[in-house]
Write a protein that binds this ligand. Structure first.
Ligand SMILES: Cc1cc2nc3c(=O)[nH]c(=O)nc-3n(C[C@H](O)[C@H](O)[C@H](O)COP(=O)(O)O)c2cc1C
Length: 324
């Protein structure tokens, strides 16, 4: 397997798990890692929240050695806060600090953070520089194609990140205005790759081993990052690895095995977050896992009502009985 060096870490060129707020928590990251994710990034954490000692924000940063190499992601718009938050975040011993320059949601972008930094490249550069100075671990930056189609500036943003000391840049190949709609533009990833020397991580719409290989081949990127396609399907990472290594498709786990994987994930969620919160979050994960099974629409409704591990076990038994 080919590798890429980011900072002092050697990463296999398979695929990494994208940061996803309220999704890429420790349980999800561990599941993806078990199936061979090359690296993982956690949920974005607010720099101000960390600086003001918000307990919930700090909880987002807790990591497990099994996840390595892993990145924690910060968002903010002020270099001083970002630097201070990076110091706090690095005490949780991640392998990388990632800076969010892509989040489109109003409560982030509306405050000048996330994708709003694509509209102020000098500020993006100052933030990266401040964070790089503050910590002794590699700093990566996740950008978008631009703010909108009239201001496509991923190359400019990536160059600013590189000049400010970033160790790698991830490109979500959509503008902020596209949110998550429309096709990802692989040409912009290729263009960024040709424009900087630091490793470039391609991201957007990879949903199979084949589309992962296509992104590597088409863009020349150094690593591929997968987000939504890993939801309810952490085994996509082993499919990608197998295909890149052998050129052959790996069958997904059997329907029965998929239930076992889902159960492992939900038990981890409850272990880390307690049954009350864990089961609330299990609602979306179980719906993703069960998509495409017989009676999926009814099952999805049932997933939405799960409140206890007992509810989950009952559902699991009913599925097993009905599929026998
Ligand atoms: C539910 C959800 C939450 C996300 N949260 C974050 C986040 O916290 N930080 C970030 O940089 N990107 C976030 N993203 C964007 C993803 O990291 C990724 O760039 C995007 O989903 C495109 O990749 P995909 O097509 O493989 O899903 C999120 C996406 C989704 C769907």
């Amino acid at each position: 397997m080919q590798t890429v060096k980011i900072g002092n870490h050697i990463i296999e060129k398979t695929a990494s798990l994208a940061p996803m707020a309220s999704v890429a928590d420790k349980a999800m990251r561990i599941m993806c890692k078990k199936f061979g994710a090359a690296m993982v990034t956690g949920e974005m954490a607010s720099a101000k929240g960390l600086c003001y000692s918000d307990r919930k924000t700090a909880e987002l940063l807790c990591t497990d050695d099994f996840e390595r190499p892993m990145a924690v992601q910060l968002f903010g718009s002020e270099p001083e806060f970002m630097a201070k938050a990076a110091v706090i975040a690095s005490s949780y011993k991640p392998d990388f600090i990632d800076i969010n320059c892509g989040c489109p949601v109003p409560k982030v972008a509306g405050n000048g953070s996330g994708s709003a930094l694509m509209k102020d490249i000098p500020l993006l550069g100052r933030i990266v520089e401040a964070v790089v100075k503050a910590v002794d671990i590699p700093v990566t930056v996740k950008i978008r194609k631009g703010w909108d189609e009239n201001s496509v500036n991923a190359v400019e943003a990536a160059k600013a990140a590189e000049q400010s000391g970033a160790a790698a840049v991830a490109v979500h190949a959509r503008t902020k205005n596209q949110m998550y709609l429309g096709r990802a533009d692989l040409d912009i990833i290729a263009l960024v790759k040709q424009s900087v020397k630091i490793p470039v991580i391609g991201n957007g719409d990879v949903d199979s081993a084949e589309s992962c290989k296509y992104m590597y081949d088409y863009t020349g990127c150094d690593l591929v990052m997968v987000g939504r396609a890993a939801c309810g399907r952490p085994w996509i990472f082993s499919e990608i690895r197998h295909f890149l290594e052998t050129g052959e498709a790996l069958n997904p786990p059997s329907a029965e095995k998929q239930l076992q994987i889902m159960e492992e994930h939900i038990r981890l969620l409850c272990q880390y977050k307690g049954e009350y919160i864990g089961m609330k979050e299990a609602r979306k994960h179980t719906a993703w896992y069960l998509k495409g099974r017989p009676g999926a629409a009814k099952l999805r409704n049932r997933c939405g009502t799960l409140s206890t591990l007992l509810d989950f076990e009952d559902m699991l038994n009913d599925i097993k009985n009905s599929e026998q």
